[in-house]
Ligand binder design. Structure first.
Ligand code: PRX
Length: 655
């Protein structure tokens, strides 16, 4: 992969700028190491102190970490709090009129919500949810466009102790159905329409389709926010308009005081098998991670205008849209649209118009903006920026340098943040006033995060060599389990092969001689397409669900913009198609996958064979498929291959 090759040769180092250091929350390596040392010496005391300082407790906790039931850790277990109280009520006395959210719609329309206003909206909606009989412990699916209402829906669930599970609006009805059933959701919160890049996506119709697939009797209510025309099919027994539900409701709603370990949310993500995993997060530990990373990594200041471009359908949108920025009392931008609409200057215009100080986006967006307008940032006034962030996939040094020099005018640190759905908040990322930056490296672990690189047996690997990325000790924001499947949680993240002790992230990484981490990519069958995590098995299952397909194998190939692109090798039930017929079937199958999972999973290429390359024991040789997908010559040993002639057929893409 281009990224990986270039990072291995990267030698540039960027120490923090003096002007940045002067105002930074943590402004020296000594201060950073002092925190790391504190955590090394006494993990309980370290996290306990921070949890008391940063989180507002209704009932204080008496115990910090309970690891008696490893790996199902408990943090601050007997403490009680409410996460929505921590994000809203705590700011009401000090800054009621400060803008909490500046919402910019796809068409440019702006709506502002202050902390007082947002608190009122959340309380009214929480009262609405209560009137539907929804209460603590219930699961609620949220399938919404980026909007103030999406944040309100999540915060309202937190306020009443309901566990939300947000499903990205780009997922299909079928994916939504699977998640509704797995969560046993009592309600779905959605919108009639989603507007992105001038196009309309009918979310409510997808909810209707999901429920029509059956087995969703747990769902008693569907709440519909009217974003567009309101022209939807209506099921009187279960559907309710958002505006009617909140009409006349009180803007006071006493928060439900919940235990620290109460599940704030589950979020489905892809793993090695076909079935998405419901990653379950706690309340207090998760919140603490979000707050600390806002302060340490984003160097949060009350004067900041913070903008994280992630959708709330992903973990980044949870921690750095809905929870982190509000918990620290920030003003943030929430944007409905896409970076390239109406043109590739949209992000830069938003930064200019709203005087954004802190901008957090994904390498795939950066690469696409380089391609679509490398000089465009120069046409806007981006002087408000003081910090840039990157997340979701490795950022190649070339993209990093463009981000740093062209967008940031060589005076904004770029924080490359490595973390995952499962870790809840940043794990390895520069503390920008202290840690010198190296393009393509997420640099050093945050204080209290005992990240390391180990071999297959769980033994430490010396700096300079690659291995598995692990986190050796528990940390508050880590996932507590997989919803309904604790054994899968244990087997996936604390595998016996590594001794069962360490959290196995699923990434391979290198650590250089300065101790800097360089993420190399996934070690499992998970692809990273435009920063979105997709399991190859998930896509294969979708393909073989087509009546046309007998067998399918999916691999990733490097892609300049998206990081990875999906290539599917397919054996049809009939004969191998050729010419126009192959072309048409390939289009049909790509659309099929898009319908089954969502457009993000649509294969870039489909190739047909009479069979797939297999060993004599019947195992698909994925290594060979990866070489074929890249269009490279096969140099591997193919003596164990049952059917070498197949390779010729699979060399050429069809569509
Ligand atoms: O492979 C790593 C990659 O994204 C995976 C986590 O994906 P997800 O749970 O969807 O969360 C994405 C947003 C936090 C990781 O296992 N990844 C994430 N951030 C980086 C990264 N790879 C390299 N550098 C990063 N900064």
């Amino acid at each position: 992969m281009a990224t990986i090759k270039s990072i291995l040769h990267e030698t540039r180092v960027f120490p923090p700028e003096a002007a940045f250091v002067k105002q930074a929350n943590l402004s020296s390596m000594e201060a950073y190491y002092a925190l790391c040392d504190e955590a090394e010496k006494d993990l309980d005391a370290f996290w306990g102190k921070l949890a008391r300082e940063e989180v507002m407790w209704h009932t204080p906790f008496s115990r910090v970490l309970d690891e008696s039931n490893h790996p199902f850790f408990k943090w601050f277990d007997d403490g009680e709090l409410n996460v929505s109280f921590n994000c809203l009520d705590r700011h009401l006395a000090s800054q009621p009129d400060k803008a909490a959210i500046i919402f910019e719609a796809d068409d440019g329309k702006i709506t502002l919500s202050t902390y007082r206003d947002l608190h009122g909206r959340v309380c009214r909606f929480a009262n609405g949810l209560k009137s539907l009989g929804i209460s603590k412990g219930d699961r609620v699916i949220i399938y919404m466009p980026m909007s103030i209402e999406a944040v309100v829906a999540m915060q309202a669930c937190a306020r009443i102790g309901a566990t939300h599970s947000v499903v990205f609006g780009g997922f299909s009805a079928k994916s939504l159905h699977e998640r509704i059933i797995d969560a046993g959701a009592v309600a779905v919160i959605t919108a009639d329409e989603q507007h992105r890049g001038g196009k309309i996506n009918h979310l409510k119709t997808a909810v209707d389709d999901a429920i029509a697939l059956g087995g969703t009797d747990s769902v008693k209510s569907v709440v519909v926010y009217k974003r567009g025309s309101g022209d939807v099919q209506w099921h009187v027994s279960r559907d309710v308009w958002w505006h009617e539900l909140t009409n006349g409701k009180s803007d006071v709603c006493e928060p439900e005081w919940i235990g620290a370990e109460h599940p704030l949310f589950t979020l489905y993500t892809s793993g090695s098998t076909g079935k998405p995993k419901g990653v379950q997060h706690s309340s207090a530990g998760y919140l603490l991670g979000a707050i600390l990373s806002m302060k340490w990594v984003f160097d949060y200041k009350p004067t900041d205008i913070f903008w994280c471009t992630a959708d709330v359908g992903w973990v980044t949108g949870h921690s750095y849209v809905t929870y982190g920025p509000l918990a620290v009392g920030a003003t943030q931008i929430v944007f409905e649209g896409v970076p390239t609409y109406p043109d590739a200057g949209r992000f830069w215009k938003i930064i200019q118009d709203h005087k954004v100080t802190t901008f957090y986006t994904a390498p795939t967006a950066i690469r696409s903006l380089i391609k679509n307008g490398p000089d465009l940032p120069g046409k806007y006034d981006l002087s408000s920026l003081r910090l840039l962030g990157s997340v979701g996939e490795p950022i190649n040094p070339e993209a990093w340098m463009w981000y740093y020099t062209v967008v940031g005018q060589s005076c904004c640190p770029v924080v490359d943040t490595w973390w995952q759905t499962e870790t809840g908040s940043h794990m390895i990322a520069p503390v920008p006033g202290a840690v010198p930056l190296k393009p393509g490296s997420c640099t050093l672990p945050l204080p209290g995060i005992m990240a390391a690189i180990v071999d297959e047996a769980g033994h430490d690997i010396e700096n300079g060599k690659g291995g598995f990325l692990v986190i050796k000790r528990p940390f508050p924001s880590q996932a507590r389990t997989l919803w309904g499947d604790p054994e899968r949680f244990r087997n996936t993240y604390f595998p016996k092969e590594l001794g069962g002790k360490y959290y196995l992230a699923g990434d391979s990484a290198n650590r250089d001689l300065d101790g800097y981490f360089w993420i190399m990519g996934r070690i499992d069958d998970v692809l990273n397409v435009s920063g979105h995590r997709l399991g190859t098995m998930e896509i294969e299952s979708a393909l073989v669900a087509s009546p046309l397909v007998a067998e399918a194998a999916v691999v990733g190939k490097p892609d300049d913009i998206r990081g990875e692109a999906i290539v599917a090798f397919v054996v049809l039930k009939g004969t191998r198609p050729q010419g126009e017929s192959a072309h048409n079937i390939a289009i049909e199958l790509r659309n099929w996958v898009s319908q089954e999972i969502g457009p993000i999973a649509r294969p870039e290429e489909i190739r047909f064979g009479d069979n797939l390359p297999k060993t004599r024991s019947g195992k698909i040789m994925r290594r060979l498929l990866r070489t074929l997908a890249k269009g490279e010559e096969i140099t591997q040993d193919i003596s164990t291959l049952e059917n070498p002639a197949i390779l010729e057929q699979l060399k050429q893409p069809i569509a």
